[in-house]
Design a protein around this ligand. Sequence first.
Ligand code: XMP
Length: 511
Amino acid sequence: KILILDFGSQYTQLIARRVRESQVYCEILPFNTDIETIREFAPRGIILSGGPSSVFAENAPFPTAQIFNLNVPILGICYGMQLIGYLEGGAVAKSALREFGRAELIIDNTEDLFADLDIIDNTCTVWMSHGDKVERLPDGFEAIAHTRNAPIAAMRNPGKQIWAIQFHPEVVHTYEGTAMLSNFVHRICGCESTWNMANFIDSKIEEIRATVGDRQVLCALSGGVDSSVAAILIHRAIGDRLTCVFVNNGLLRKNEPEAVVKTFRDHYQINLHYEDATERFLEKLSGVTDPERKRKIIGNEFIYVFEDVKRQLGSFDFLAQGTLYPDVIESVSVKGPSAVIKSHHNVGGLPENMDFELLEPFRELFKDEVRLVGLELGMPEEIVHRHPFPGPGLGIRVLGEVTKERLDVLRDADHILLEEIKMAGLYRTIWQAFAVLLPVNTVGVMGDERTYENACALRAVSSVDGMTADWSHIPYEVLGRISNRIINEVHGINRVVYDISSKPPGTIEWE
Ligand code: XMP
């Protein structure tokens, strides 16, 4: 396995995903992890990530110098390369000019890191994003690639088992970047390709059986990808010792509760407790218009309902959750804490002090790996490739006061949007698509009648992680069809608009 030391780059998780795509397991630890922990981890190689800092900055992050004595290969990327240049006694230049974006890389040595790349004339496009650069090689190092701006775009010292590159091989804009990382982990570190989802499933099932024994597991099923795949995997491992609880908070999409019950109870024959708590939620939300208050109310009510159900169902030893690796990675505070824009993390989660042991089979997986696990388990694409859906559900998509009537109107419009998006073959390329019911009435004319009804907004965005997003360029014809159908088929809506804001400065949801 490979260890990635994180110096705060926004791309660190991408490095990990690329390494795992090469079928080698890796983990991310903070840059200042102590040497004992690293020794215990026993990496076959270490990657030093990029980061926003300069090696000359007052609080520049440095790793323990001991990593250079571990006798395992090290690869520095961007800031990681500058660190190596600096620590090994080369000259790192503080440059006023930052270099961003595409550059033509010319490879001067194809023995190891750049071996067997699918490129012509040893030239390929790479992605740069840096301020400082290595200007003079440390003793014992040789340059192995250059660009017009950077005579030393990559360097190595095989005797010391050190490689370093100035560009970012982990981003898609770097051509053959995955192959370069694969060269590092396979050729240089000697890792074998053992990390795949079939192996993961086999060993996880063993592990779950050993952990749970003959005890009982409770799982809060939301219908989303993570909890759905978790439920199926755990069910494979322990069968009827798993009980799932699915709470209908009245804020779900059209036909969703029925579909979940059908899939998990009827098809997979899982013990499923279905709790229709619609009335409870709507009562609590009555008269509430502030988005953050809605989130709090929905989050708290979910906990009360779950506690009530749990009491009815008897005793359980474990609570299964679909926690993912990005939630577990200890974030590095190179930049300081970022501001809270919306209180996502309070919603849909359970309190930490519940009387359970946690069973979190996906703690080490990225979302795309969970999807692969789902497919490997034979789950339908419809579940595996589902768009993300927020915990507070339609509660934050009916703007203003949430009522049963308004929810029903929104559900119908949203359903038409999704149906048309799927029919046009766009569902998979879109990160999230949904309708929003606006607290605005507009004038229209239907037949010879004046109407005065709700306006509805359509939102569809492309994104890789939900942190940034751009509005989807859905063809006009598809937008036209959606608008026509909504206005004709949904009573209560007489106007449809398309949201063309990006994030930032907008957010994906409207509340
Ligand atoms: P925003 O609106 O902040 O959304 O751009 C980013 C992603 O988070 C989802 N989202 C939520 N998820 N509870 C959740 O579980 C919430 O309160 C919440 N608010 C937004 C949103 O759907 C998008 O995927």
